[in-house]
Write a protein that binds this ligand. Structure first.
Ligand SMILES: NC(=O)c1ccc[n+]([C@@H]2O[C@H](COP(=O)([O-])OP(=O)(O)OC[C@H]3O[C@@H](n4cnc5c(N)ncnc54)[C@H](OP(=O)(O)O)[C@@H]3O)[C@@H](O)[C@H]2O)c1
Length: 189
């Protein structure tokens, strides 16, 4: 099975994604969209992998850790202690992640790989030939941020996906749009 990285992120007008180890906004419906997209599988015997950086892992409130019904992969240059968590694994490089996804233990267990941030993990997976799609919620408002979405590739193609609501959404007076982009270079050398 060819590995596909589907990135999912929410960014505001200045492409900010985080502030003080948290999200700069509270949008319940956007969070529900994230949970649905990253959890749903066609094959009910499989789960999706959610790949994240150690700081994003640290941002998840203890009661939601690990992200339920998903296989949690965390990247850290040192090892993260995941012993007390089910379906949770720590990796020191993207190559190690790729080797594990292709290995016997996992290859028949997972359906999709969702890259859930933060900056570095988005950047490295977007550079890889396994970068398939970017699901980017654009929040139409400026928020003060200290973490930003990396520069997007110029040749991404905007597509529609039946799982994704179309048009302008609104919650608490904040407007946002779900965009989906496909990488035309997916799986090319
Ligand atoms: N809006 C969104 O969609 C969204 C999504 C995700 C996160 N966020 C926000 O973004 C912020 C966190 O993101 P972040 O960009 O600061 O951090 P991050 O990417 O989640 O984590 C960075 C960490 O990843 C590990 N790492 C980095 N390069 C690595 C490499 N080459 N090999 C192995 N591990 C590596 C390191 O962990 P060690 O230090 O342990 O070595 C590094 O400190 C928070 O504010 C969060 O709320 C927003």
């Amino acid at each position: 099975m060819v590995v596909k990285f589907d990135l999912i992120a929410a960014a505001c007008e200045n492409m900010g994604i985080g502030k003080n180890k948290d999200l700069p906004w509270r949008l319940k419906s956007e969070m529900a969209f994230f949970s649905r997209m990253t959890s749903e599988t066609v094959d009910k015997n499989k789960k999706n992998v959610v790949l994240m950086g150690r700081k994003t892992w640290d941002c998840i409130p203890p009661k939601f850790k690990p992200l339920s019904n998903r296989i949690n992969f965390i990247m850290s240059r040192s090892s993260v202690d995941v012993q007390n968590y089910k379906d949770c694994y720590s990796f020191t490089s993207l190559q190690e992640v790729l080797d594990t996804l292709g290995g016997e233990k996992f290859q028949d267990q997972y359906e999709n790989v969702w890259v859930i941030g933060g900056s570095y993990i988005y950047e490295e997976t977007m550079k890889s030939k396994f970068f398939h799609r970017l699901y980017l919620t654009k929040i139409m408002k400026h928020f003060d941020c200290d973490t930003f979405f990396p520069k997007m590739k110029d040749n991404l193609v905007k597509i529609s996906d039946s799982r994704v609501p179309e048009g302008i959404q609104e919650e608490n007076g904040i407007q946002f749009v779900y965009n989906v982009y496909e990488n035309p270079d997916f799986n090319k050398e």
